[in-house]
Design a protein around this ligand. Structure first.
Ligand code: GSH
Length: 211
């Protein structure tokens, strides 16, 4: 049994973020598929792990922590693995700042537009349009903020890049053309060149798996 067990579903962006962090840090993990269609995430056994009834959840058998919220899990894994946490406290705080920016500004538009495109959800036309505009606005802002920078924080990849990659990388599945966002495209390519990188389609197994 691996130290870590990730509970999630392969189509989930937040689950992907955590799996990507585990892959990039070379951390073995067991994977437990949570059948959202069958409502497994609302069953008592799952709610005991995550009171919000959502994936992902990361269990650490060494510390007995059972964590939810993908950004918090990345923060935790940065400490446990000693990787991608920034070179000092200032960089870590800046990385957390980016993660919150991503959660507030980038996530809803991209994930919901993708969910509509893939048929996971339906939205009234006006809401769908607002989601798309929000996604495009977030990408435009990210593109500007990346001006003159290779990475979001400091001179190397941090949990901020992994977190926001796990949102922005779903833009193509959302039907959003990244051509107007040149800085974003170059930054995505930098993350994709990191050793251990796996893309949104291959990072997670489709069924439960042992490390
Ligand atoms: N803020 C959470 C979002 C998690 C989330 O939205 N998970 C979705 C799957 S992508 C889920 O479990 N949805 C089922 C539900 O909310 O009932 C995170 O970053 O971990």
């Amino acid at each position: 049994m691996a130290r870590y067990t990730l509970h999630g579903i392969f189509a989930s962006g937040p689950t992907y973020k955590v799996a990507l962090m585990l892959r990039l840090t070379g951390t073995p993990f067991d994977y437990e598929h949570v059948d959202l269609r069958a409502g497994a995430h609302k069953a008592d056994a799952f709610l005991a792990r995550n009171r919000y009834g959502q994936v992902p959840v990361l269990e650490d058998s060494q510390t007995d922590y059972c964590l939810c919220q993908s950004s918090v899990i990345l923060d935790y894994l940065a400490d446990e693995t000693g990787q991608f946490g920034g070179k000092d406290r200032g960089e870590r705080l800046r990385a957390r700042e980016w993660q919150l920016w991503g959660a507030g500004t980038l996530t809803t538009g991209i994930y919901r537009t993708r969910a509509l495109k893939l048929g996971f959800f339906k939205f009234p036309e006006q809401i769908a349009e607002a989601n798309l505009q929000s996604a495009q606005g977030g990408l435009k802002e990210l593109n500007t903020l990346l001006d003159g920078r290779d990475w979001l924080v400091g001179k190397g990849a941090t949990i901020a890049d992994i977190d926001l990659y796990g949102i922005a990388a779903y833009a193509p599945q959302a039907g959003i053309d990244l051509a107007p966002y040149g800085n974003v495209r170059k930054w995505l390519a930098r993350v994709e060149a990191l050793p251990g990188f796996k893309d949104v389609n291959t990072c997670l197994p489709q069924a439960s798996a042992k490390a």
